[in-house]
Write a protein that binds this ligand. Structure first.
Ligand SMILES: [Zn+2]
Length: 199
C-alpha cells in the first residue's frame, strides 16, 4: 500500500478491499479508524481540536459552529481507544473490562432518548450539544449493533488495531488484511523461530 492509499485508510480505503460495516455501524468503524498506532501521529483525524472539529462536522456528529476544546479531543480519543479495545476483544476473546470502565465514565454526560415517528418506528436520538452529543450518537450505534448482532463482527486487527468488519462464515478473521498485517505477523514469527534455531 503506498502513502496515498495509507492516508485514505479508514475513509475511502479499506485494507484488503473489505466492505465496510453495514448501516450506521460504518460511522463507528470510521471513528475507531480515525487513527491507529501504525500510522504517523500527525495523520490522526482527531489529533487536534481543529482536525477533530472538521471530522465531526463532516460526519454530522456536531452542529456547525460548535467548538471543540482540547479536553473534548482528549475525551474523544479516550473513547476511540476504548471502542478499539472492545473491537480487539471481539477478535481475541479477551476481556474488555478496562475499556468498559472508560466508556462507563465517558457515557455519564451522554444522553439518548427513544424517538418514535408517525408509523410507530423507534430510533435512539442523542440529546445535548457538542462532544456530549457526538459521544451519545456513537454509544447509541454501539448499542444498536449489539442488538443486530453486527457488533461481534467488528474486530480490531491483532497487529495494528484497525477495526474491520469480518463477513467470513466462521468469523475467524484476525487481521485487517492478510496481505498487510497477517504476513507481517507471520514473518516476524518466522524470524523469531529462525533466530531461536540458530542459537
Ligand atoms: Zn492490521
Amino acid at each position: 500500500m503506498d502513502e496515498h492509499d495509507k492516508r485514505r485508510l479508514g475513509e475511502q480505503v479499506e485494507p484488503g478491499g473489505r466492505p465496510k460495516a453495514p448501516g450506521r455501524l460504518e460511522l463507528l468503524q470510521r471513528f475507531i479508524n480515525s487513527h491507529n498506532h501504525d500510522l504517523p501521529r500527525e495523520w490522526d483525524r482527531l489529533g487536534t481540536p481543529e482536525r477533530a472539529q472538521a471530522w465531526l462536522r463532516q460526519k454530522r456528529l456536531v452542529a456547525p459552529g460548535e467548538r471543540i476544546s482540547d479536553v473534548d479531543v482528549a475525551r474523544l480519543r479516550e473513547l476511540r481507544e476504548a471502542m478499539r479495545a472492545l473491537a480487539v476483544a471481539n477478535q481475541d476473546g479477551q476481556s474488555g473490562a478496562a475499556a468498559t470502565d472508560v466508556i462507563r465514565s465517558l457515557s455519564a454526560g451522554a444522553q439518548l432518548s427513544v424517538a418514535i415517528d408517525d408509523t410507530g418506528r423507534t430510533a435512539l436520538e442523542p440529546a445535548g450539544r457538542g462532544v456530549d452529543r457526538a459521544v451519545a450518537t456513537l454509544l447509541g450505534i454501539l448499542h444498536e449493533a449489539q442488538l443486530t448482532g453486527h457488533w461481534s463482527r467488528l474486530k480490531g486487527c491483532r497487529q495494528c488495531g484497525y477495526a474491520f468488519f469480518d463477513r467470513s462464515k466462521n468469523r475467524s478473521a484476525a487481521w485487517c488484511a492478510m496481505s498487510i498485517c497477517g504476513n507481517r505477523t507471520k514473518n516476524r514469527a518466522y524470524y523469531r523461530r529462525r533466530r531461536a534455531s540458530t542459537r
